[in-house]
Ligand binder design. Structure first.
Ligand code: 16G
Ligand code: ZN
Length: 535
């Protein structure tokens, strides 16, 4: 089995802090200064995960996304770019919390035994990190962990989260019929740029674009992408200072814009121009603009989802694409946070079926795989579109009779290349949105006019034990505390178009309260009333 002495020796360099860790929705995420031992142990786990896949490459991303600069985190990526298989999350937690080196060895043995891992199988791990200063030392700990179990490691350097997912998928599919692309940065930029150019080439461009890079790694990536695209997309980039850690996500980025419902620092909105904000690791994006009155208007994940679903539906119809004689099934996956207006619009106007899952990308991703074309976005701007193998094949083999049909098929083929299939990707989503609007000849304001968001309010409440709040029905109701759901519903019933839910956070020690209603005042009042009920 493994070399216990070597593990102990290296583990001694990375002593555990007196902290209880949990591998949650965002992997491990907390203050960077208590993560050293966690990174070492994640290195161990990555080797085992690769061995359990017979040496296929596992990705490890070191990032704390939209959180403050002094935080950091780490998550594992499965061979095709998906989030770590859920049953392995508990293994990650068990390794991270082992108090002694002997306990750590025992936890390792337990995984090897339960999973029947062949310890002589090869192990390959590819890693990357965001721009956080703490990343460098954390990566060193991660490397020690991989070395302790004798795995091969490739350090991909400073990259966005989606770039790491992309490269993981490319490495594992290279030379197969599912080959995803060149496992390099250049390959990533070239793939997106080429598909984007097929979608927009020769068409009228959108008005001036501005991208807020949250002073994070997205600043590097968006430059690389724009370079590869050339004249077909130009944008000014703001908040691109990656050398001053204090600026990371500070009053900028997708999370700030979505939560504060306002433009980031460094941008003064000009009516008629277009804006987007990335988050700190560039896997989330939101769009916005100023209307004629100069008022800030947000185009969040729900708006992106409806734009994509509507456009793809149109192309599938025009392309007359079928799979085994049946029309291609396009579906949308949302969470409880999706604005009620967006759900109604998708069901009633677009006539696209909508499914709900719990919060967190992995849940949406799995649900989306059930459709031929599954669109999923969280309201916060995390998301992508998944095309099944059969759908992609149908786009390539359907023989278009008329030019209109051929055009739709060309668009569908290009869309399946421009949209990152491995994971939600702010840059890929940016190209998707621009390509759709260019093809529709629409502006941000016209896109926005499809439906009007109901006013909503998101609050958080500190409670003694958030575990007392047990959600069900895709986070939309509570089964515990006993009788609490009825109380919520009694309050909600008093509000016109009222909808609300309470759920424990998966990433912070709080309970979240979401409310929407027919007016700003009512949404605020509903949220406030429920916060008082929770506290
Ligand atoms: C994580 C999730 C995000 C989700 C958020 C909810 C991923 C990559 N990220 O950041 O999608 O919206 O958690 O956090 O899945 P919460 O449980 O604290 O509300
Ligand atoms: Zn992120």
């Amino acid at each position: 089995s493994f070399d216990a002495n070597k593990i102990k020796q290296l583990s001694a360099k990375h002593p555990k802090s007196p902290v209880t860790y949990t591998y949650g929705t965002a992997g491990f995420r907390t203050k960077a200064d208590v993560l050293d031992s966690v990174l070492f142990r994640v290195g161990l786990l990555a080797v085992l995960r690769s061995q359990s896949h017979n040496g296929r490459t596992i990705g490890v991303m070191v990032t704390a996304s939209h959180n403050a600069a002094e935080d950091n985190g780490v998550k594992l990526v499965e061979p095709l770019g998906e989030m770590l298989k859920q049953s392995w999350e508990a293994y990650a937690t068990s390794l991270a919390n082992a108090e002694t080196e002997d306990a750590l060895l025992k936890a390792l043995e337990n995984i090897v035994q339960k999973e029947g891992i062949n310890m002589s199988a090869p192990a390959n791990v590819v890693i990357a990190r965001d721009t956080r200063p703490s990343g460098e030392n954390l990566v060193a700990a991660l490397k020690d962990g991989v070395a302790a179990l004798g795995g091969n490691l490739t350090d991909f350097g400073i990259q966005t989260t989606p770039q790491l997912h992309y490269v993981t998928r490319c490495i594992n599919t290279k030379g197969t019929p599912e080959a995803y692309g060149e496992p390099t940065n250049e390959g990533y930029y070239a793939k997106l740029a080429e598909a984007f150019k097929r979608l927009v080439g020769g068409k009228q461009k959108l008005a001036q674009f501005h991208v807020d890079a949250a002073n994070g790694v997205g600043a590097i990536a968006i430059r690389g992408l724009l370079n590869a695209i050339g004249g077909d997309l130009t944008a000014t980039i703001v908040n691109d200072n990656i050398n001053d850690a204090a600026k990371l996500n500070h009053d900028a980025g997708a999370d700030f814009v979505k939560v504060q419902q306002r433009e980031p620092v460094g941008l003064k909105l000009i009516p008629g121009e277009n804006y987007a904000s990335l988050d700190g690791d560039a896997d989330r994006i939101v769009f916005y603009y100023a209307d004629e009155a100069g008022k800030f208007r947000l185009l969040d994940g729900d708006k992106i989802a409806t734009l994509a679903a509507g456009f793809i539906m149109d192309q599938v119809k025009a392309g007359q694409v079928t799979i085994n004689g049946a029309p291609v099934k396009v579906g949308l996956v949302q969470t409880a946070y999706a604005n009620g207006s967006s759900t109604a619009y998708v069901k009633e106007v677009l006539k696209v079926p909508v499914e709900f899952t719990e919060t967190g990308v992995k849940h949406l991703h799995h649900k989306a795989e059930e459709f031929d074309v599954g669109v999923y976005f969280e309201a916060n701007g995390h998301g992508t579109v998944l095309f099944s193998k059969a759908a992609i094949q149908a786009f390539h083999t359907t023989h278009g009779q008329k030019e209109e049909q051929q055009r739709a098929l060309r668009i569908l083929r290009a869309l399946s290349d421009v949209i990152n299939q491995a994971v939600g990707d702010a840059l890929s989503d940016l190209l998707l949105v621009v390509a759709v609007l260019v093809n529709q000849g629409r502006t941000f304001a016209e896109w926005d006019s499809a439906y009007t968001d109901l006013p909503s309010r998101l609050e958080k409440v500190k409670v003694k034990r958030r575990a007392d709040f047990v959600p069900t029905d895709a986070d939309r109701r509570l089964v515990k505390p006993e009788g609490f759901q009825q109380k919520i519903e009694a309050v909600v019933a008093k509000f016109n178009k009222g909808r609300a839910f309470v759920r424990p956070s998966g990433t912070e020690d709080v309970v979240r309260v979401y409310a929407e209603a027919d007016s700003r005042e009512n949404a605020d009042l509903l949220a406030k009333t429920l916060c008082d009920l929770v506290a």
